[in-house]
Write a protein that binds this ligand. Structure first.
Ligand SMILES: [Zn+2]
Length: 245
C-alpha cells in the first residue's frame, strides 16, 4: 500500500485538534472553579454587610444599660449632636440647633425655660482625634460674637494641651467637655434620663455618618486614596467624610 503523501499533514491537523480540545477543557475547569469561589466570596460579602453592629438591635446584644465612652466614640456626629441636645433638655433647658457645618460641627443654642434669649451656646464635635486649639479658638470667637456670656465645647474624644491651656485663659466664658467628662455628667442624671440618652445615641444606623448638607446617611465609596464616605445624592451633593473603621 502506497503511503498517502498528505498523511503527515492529517496527523498534524489531528494533533492540533487534540491540543485545542484539551485547552478548552482546562479553561472550562478553571472557569467553573472561579465562578464557584466568586459565589462563595459574594456570600461572605453579604454576610459582612449584614453584621448586626450596624443596627440598633445590637445594643440589646451588647446588653448596655448606660452610655459608655466606648459607645460614645462609635456613634456618628449627628447622633452625638442629638445626645448633646437631649442631655441639655434632660437638664431642664431648651435646645435649638443653629448651624450644621460641613465637617459635622454643630452649634446649639440653649435657653432657660420661657426665655427668648439663649443663656449659653454649645458646639459638638464627634472627633476621633483630640480637638486642637484652632477649633477651640474659633468657637471662642463664636461666643464673643454672640449675645451669650458662655459656651461649652463638647467632644467624644479629648482636647490637646494647647486647647486646654487656651480654655483656662478664657474661663469661665469657654468650657471644654471631653467624652470622659460627658459620660460622668450623664451618670449623674436620673436613670430614666440615662435610658433616653442611650436610646438617642443608638438610634438607626448609629455608626454611619449623615451628610451635613442633605441629612441622609452616607455610603462607603472607593477612591484613588482608599475608602471614604460619600453622599447618597452624588453628583448633586459632593460632600465626603473620612472613612473610619
Ligand atoms: Zn449630601
Amino acid at each position: 500500500m502506497q503511503n498517502d503523501p498528505m498523511q503527515p499533514f492529517y496527523d498534524l491537523i489531528t494533533l492540533l485538534i487534540q491540543v485545542s480540545l484539551s485547552f478548552v477543557a482546562v479553561m472550562v475547569v478553571i472557569l467553573v472553579i472561579k465562578a464557584f469561589t466568586n459565589k462563595k466570596r459574594g456570600e461572605n460579602r453579604v454576610h459582612k454587610k449584614n453584621k448586626p453592629h450596624l443596627t440598633a438591635a445590637s445594643v440589646n446584644e451588647d446588653k448596655l444599660k448606660n452610655l459608655t465612652i466606648g459607645l460614645l466614640q462609635k456613634i456618628e456626629w449627628k447622633n452625638f449632636e442629638n445626645v448633646c441636645c437631649t442631655y441639655f433638655v434632660e437638664r431642664g433647658l431648651t435646645s435649638k440647633t443653629t448651624k450644621v457645618g460641613a465637617d459635622g460641627g454643630v452649634d446649639i443654642e440653649l435657653f432657660k425655660k420661657g426665655d427668648d434669649n439663649p443663656t449659653m451656646i454649645a458646639q459638638c464635635k464627634a472627633y476621633a482625634s483630640k480637638v486642637g486649639v484652632k477649633d477651640v479658638r474659633e468657637f471662642y470667637g463664636v461666643i464673643a460674637a454672640s449675645d451669650v456670656s458662655s459656651g461649652i465645647f463638647m467632644t467624644t474624644s479629648d482636647f490637646t494641651k494647647d486647647a486646654l491651656g487656651f480654655a483656662e485663659k478664657t474661663s469661665p466664658a469657654l468650657q471644654l467637655c471631653s467624652g470622659d467628662r460627658f459620660i460622668k455628667l450623664i451618670g449623674k442624671l436620673p436613670q430614666a434620663s440615662q435610658d433616653k440618652l442611650l436610646a438617642v445615641a443608638t438610634k438607626g444606623d448609629y455608626k454611619i455618618p449623615s451628610c451635613a448638607n442633605c441629612d441622609v446617611k452616607m455610603v462607603i465609596r472607593n477612591g484613588k486614596r482608599g475608602a471614604f464616605y460619600g453622599c447618597r445624592n452624588y453628583p448633586q451633593c459632593r460632600a465626603t467624610m473620612k472613612y473610619k473603621i
